[in-house]
Design a protein around this ligand. Structure first.
Ligand code: UDX
Length: 441
């Protein structure tokens, strides 16, 4: 099947933008990726992935060698693009719960002089509701073109970024006229031909879909984590509980994984920015519950810390502790707001001798927290440990043989902060193992 080809610009080439650029190129479009980071642009142009994301290495290499995918730091390169996707980051503003919108505004200033007269600017970053209209106002001041704005939130999960971009669960487009709707439908023709649902909405709804989806997911995780606190006190098993309630199709089992909670570059900062925006709208009480969601989530990290202290007889000082996992989730090298690293840093600051292992994220972790000790070899990381913490559920950790691992550590004690290990197998091998809301029988 052949689809219409488009001239597309992607502004911001991180996990979201770089993957979107390569998938659009794979679909035959001419794609230019614009980023301010020269090093990242050079790598991408050589077909090298600047981050770890399954399937992305092959995809970027193929796009570059096919010749219809290029990256640049030169904003004039977007002057022939019919569609310009804004994919820059909106991290948490330092010292505030609000989103830091500086990358959005500088991207708009950067591209405005180069937009061609009928370009459609498509927002894809996660933003406070109302941003699209503000972008439009700023663009009208900065340029004399007829360019319009649409919003097209992304829902990709790191670790599944390529899959979620090629075949998302749904495509949401917020548009202001039927021309823009047709342009976006044409760009997404390959996806729409696979019967992926399309929702055409207004700008504000499109912006809200993303933040409310993330708020709901965060709430689901914090709900099950609150249940895990109750389970710990009552001797119940939160994993069995999640299985049982998850079988109700109105609830569903996904995102009921109790443990050290959510981290990463999205969920934590998105719920905080949403709370902040609600305050600006005079609706603080509507999202009051999200504060609790955030608190429950952060409390999981405290719980692991205090269980660790208990297992080590009241003090972690001088104790050799192995932390399994540095990435905020498996199949990613992203360490932004990683619960695992947060706990590791805390243990380290209380005087523990912490060694962190991760299959992919050690380089990023070491850049962020040079104070910790990192070990890429799992056996070496486990050597002489007085306590092991399983904090990111890489498959490799589920495959650890408790009998062999016991021979490496000094004291066979494990906290399963992701409730993924076989407690009985560990117990049978002579380990003391504790889950969050789950005890061995
Ligand atoms: C999330 C959204 O899923 C995605 O749609 C959005 O576009 C960006 O934010 P991501 O941050 O990649 O994606 O990770 P996700 O898989 O949603 O996990 C978020 C966090 O929740 C991780 O730290 C994960 O470990 C944690 N989590 C997830 C749980 O603690 N329990 C669960 O059951 C599921």
């Amino acid at each position: 099947m052949t689809y219409p080809k488009h001239e597309i610009a992607i502004i911001g080439c991180g996990y979201l933008g770089a993957v979107l650029a390569t998938v659009f190129a794979e679909q035959g479009n001419n794609v230019i990726g614009l980023d301010v980071d020269q090093g990242k642009v050079e790598k991408l142009n050589q077909g090298i992935a600047p981050f770890f994301e399954p399937e992305f290495d092959e995809l970027i290499a193929a796009g570059i060698s096919a010749g219809n995918l290029k990256f640049t730091t030169d904003p004039s390169a977007i002057s022939t693009s019919d569609l310009v996707f804004i994919c820059v980051g909106t991290p948490q503003l330092e010292g505030s719960s609000a989103a830091d919108m500086r990358q959005i505004w500088s991207a708009i200033e950067l591209i405005a002089p180069h937009l061609h007269s009928d370009a459609l600017v498509v927002g894809r970053s996660t933003v406070p509701v109302g941003t699209a209209k503000e972008i439009e106002t700023r663009l009208q001041k900065l340029t004399s073109t007829n360019s319009t704005i649409a919003w097209n939130p992304e829902f990709l999960r790191e670790g599944f970024a390529v899959r979620d971009t090629r075949t998302p669960d749904r495509i949401v487009i917020g548009v202001q006229n039927s021309d823009d709707e047709q342009k976006l439908k044409s760009v997404y023709a390959p996806q729409l031909s696979k019967d992926i649902p399309l929702l055409v909405v207004d700008l504000a709804t499109a912006e809200l879909v993303k933040v409310s989806a993330n708020a709901y997911l965060a709430t689901k995780i914090s709900f099950i984590n609150a249940m895990s606190e109750i389970a710990d006190k009552t001797g119940a098993d939160v994993v069995a509980l999640a299985d049982a309630i998850g079988l109700d199709p109105r609830i569903g089992r996904k995102f009921l994984g109790a443990g050290v909670g959510f981290g990463g570059g999205c969920l934590p900062k998105d719920i905080r920015a949403f709370i902040h925006r609600a305050g600006e709208l005079g609706l603080s009480s509507s999202l009051q519950f999200l504060k609790e969601v955030d608190e429950i989530n952060l409390r999981q990290r405290d719980r692991v810390f205090s269980i660790a202290k208990d297992l080590l007889n009241g003090s972690v000082k001088g104790k050799r502790i192995t932390v399994l996992g540095a990435a905020f989730k498996p199949d990613s090298d992203d360490v932004r707001d990683s619960p695992a690293l947060d706990i590791a840093v805390r243990l380290n600051s209380e005087g523990a001798n912490v060694v962190v292992h991760d299959p992919k994220a050690l380089e990023n972790a070491a850049k962020r927290f040079p104070v910790l000790t990192y070990e890429g070899d799992l056996e070496k990381a486990l050597l002489n440990a007085e306590l092991v913490l399983h904090l990111t559920e890489w498959m490799q950790y589920r495959e650890i043989d408790p009998v062999s691992a016991k021979k490496l550590v000094r004291t066979p004690q494990m906290i399963d902060g992701r409730n993924m290990l076989n407690l009985e197998a560990y117990q049978a091998a002579g380990w003391k193992i504790v889950g969050l809301g789950r005890q061995p029988k």
